[in-house]
Design a protein around this ligand. Structure first.
Ligand SMILES: [Zn+2]
Ligand SMILES: [Zn+2]
Length: 353
C-alpha cells in the first residue's frame, strides 16, 4: 500500500481565510504534502481542483466545503463535506437533511471540531456539534489544530505567548471527542477519524503588532491525516481524488501530529487465520487475530479495545498483541515535546468482528 500525507480543512479568501488557492498549493508543496483539501465556508469553488505544480513538484488539491447554518447564533454544527458533486450550503439548517444530501451527491462528511471550547477574551463562542442524533455521517474531526489554541486564550499574556510561540499549545484531541468517538464505535457504527488544521492565515492586529495566525506553512507541517492507498497517485487527477476520498471515508489511515516528529511510516495492521486488515477495515476473529503496530520512532503506545486500554508499551517501535475478543481496536501514541506529553498518532480502528 502507498502512503500519502494529506492536510485538510482550510479556508481561503472565498470565505474567512486570507490566502488564495495558489498560496495554499505553494505552501503544501514547500511542506512536502501529497494532497490538501480546501473547505471554505458555505461555498464550493471547484475550479481549483486537480494537480498544482511548482519547481518540478506537485500537490493534489481537492475542494470540499464547510457547511453551517449562517443564520444560527451562536454558531453550531459545522460539517466538513468532501467529494459531493454540488454545493450543499442551502441545506445547512437541518443537519440530517444535509448529511442525507451529501450521500446522495456522492460525498462523505465529517462533524467538524465537535467539542471546541469558547474563548470569551476574544469573543469566540464554542462552535460545537449539537445534533448527536444524526445518522449516516462518515466520521468526525477527531483533532482540530486551530481550535486547540482556544484553550490557551484564557488571558492576554498566555494568548500572546501562544500566538508568538505556536509550538506549545497543541496537546492532543479534545478528551470529550475521544470519548464520543469510542461511544459511537461501541454502538456498532463505523466512524472514521480525521485531523484538520482549520488554517485561515488570519491577519490580526495585536496593539501595534500585525501577526498572521497562523501561516499555511505552519499548519501544513503540523497536524496531518495520513492515508493508505491501493495504488500510487497517477496523472489522472479525477481518479486520484476519488482514490484519496475512498481511503478517507473508510478511515484507512491515522491522524499524525507531524510537528513534533514525522509520523510517516506508522502502521497498524491485523493478521487473522485467513485474512489481513489495515486501519479502517474489518477482519473476522475466527479464533484469534494478531495486531501489529509499527512506529517510525520509539514512543509510548497504547492499544485500546472499545475505548478501554488493552496494553501499553512505555517505549516501543514494534508492538504485537494477539487478541481473542471481538471489538473495535485502535492505537494512541504519545511523545514528550517541549516539556509536555503530547498526542502524536491516533490510528483509525480495526474492526475485529
Ligand atoms: Zn468550523
Ligand atoms: Zn473551518
Amino acid at each position: 500500500m502507498r502512503e500519502i500525507t494529506v492536510n485538510l480543512h482550510m479556508h481561503t479568501r472565498y470565505s474567512d481565510g486570507t490566502g488564495l488557492h495558489k498560496d495554499i498549493a505553494a505552501a503544501a508543496i514547500r511542506q512536502g504534502l501529497d494532497a490538501v483539501i480546501v473547505t471554505d465556508h458555505n461555498v464550493l469553488v471547484k475550479d481549483f481542483e486537480g494537480y498544482h505544480s511548482e519547481g518540478g513538484k506537485r500537490v493534489l488539491m481537492l475542494i470540499g466545503q464547510e457547511v453551517h447554518d449562517q443564520a444560527r447564533d451562536p454558531q453550531k454544527n459545522h460539517l466538513l463535506v468532501f467529494g459531493a458533486d454540488r454545493d450543499l450550503a442551502t441545506l445547512a439548517e437541518n443537519p440530517q437533511a444535509l448529511i442525507n444530501a451529501v450521500r446522495e451527491a456522492g460525498g462523505i462528511c465529517f462533524l467538524a471540531h465537535p467539542h471546541e471550547p469558547a474563548a470569551p477574551l476574544f469573543h469566540e463562542t464554542a462552535i460545537t456539534w449539537e445534533d448527536w442524533n444524526v445518522q449516516g455521517f462518515t466520521g468526525i474531526e477527531l483533532w482540530n489544530h486551530l481550535s486547540q489554541l482556544k484553550y490557551a486564550l484564557t488571558n492576554w499574556p498566555r494568548a500572546l505567548f501562544n500566538v508568538f510561540f505556536p509550538y506549545f499549545f497543541a496537546r492532543g484531541p479534545d478528551l470529550p471527542t475521544l470519548a464520543k468517538w469510542d461511544e459511537l464505535l461501541a454502538s456498532g457504527r463505523r466512524v472514521a477519524a480525521i485531523g484538520g488544521s482549520d488554517a485561515h492565515a488570519l491577519h490580526q492586529h495585536l496593539g501595534p503588532i500585525k501577526k498572521t495566525i497562523f501561516p499555511y506553512d505552519f499548519h501544513f507541517a503540523a497536524l496531518n491525516t495520513h492515508l493508505l492507498l491501493d495504488r500510487p497517485l497517477s496523472d489522472d487527477s479525477n481518479a486520484d481524488c476519488e482514490l484519496a476520498l475512498a481511503s478517507l471515508g473508510l478511515g484507512r489511515g491515522w491522524v499524525g501530529f507531524d510537528l513534533i516528529a514525522p509520523t510517516r511510516g506508522f502502521r497498524f495492521g491485523a493478521q487473522g487465520r485467513e485474512q489481513e486488515a489495515v486501519m479502517g477495515e474489518e477482519i473476522p476473529l475466527a479464533g484469534g487475530v494478531t495486531l501489529q503496530v509499527k512506529l517510525p520512532a520509539a514512543a509510548e503506545t497504547v492499544l485500546l479495545r472499545n475505548g478501554q486500554k488493552v496494553q501499553a508499551w512505555k517505549r516501543a517501535e514494534n508492538c504485537v498483541r494477539t487478541v481473542t475478543e471481538a471489538g473495535v481496536y485502535r492505537v494512541e501514541v504519545y511523545r514528550r515535546y517541549l516539556g509536555a506529553r503530547r498526542g502524536w498518532i491516533f490510528s483509525n480502528p480495526i474492526y475485529v468482528r
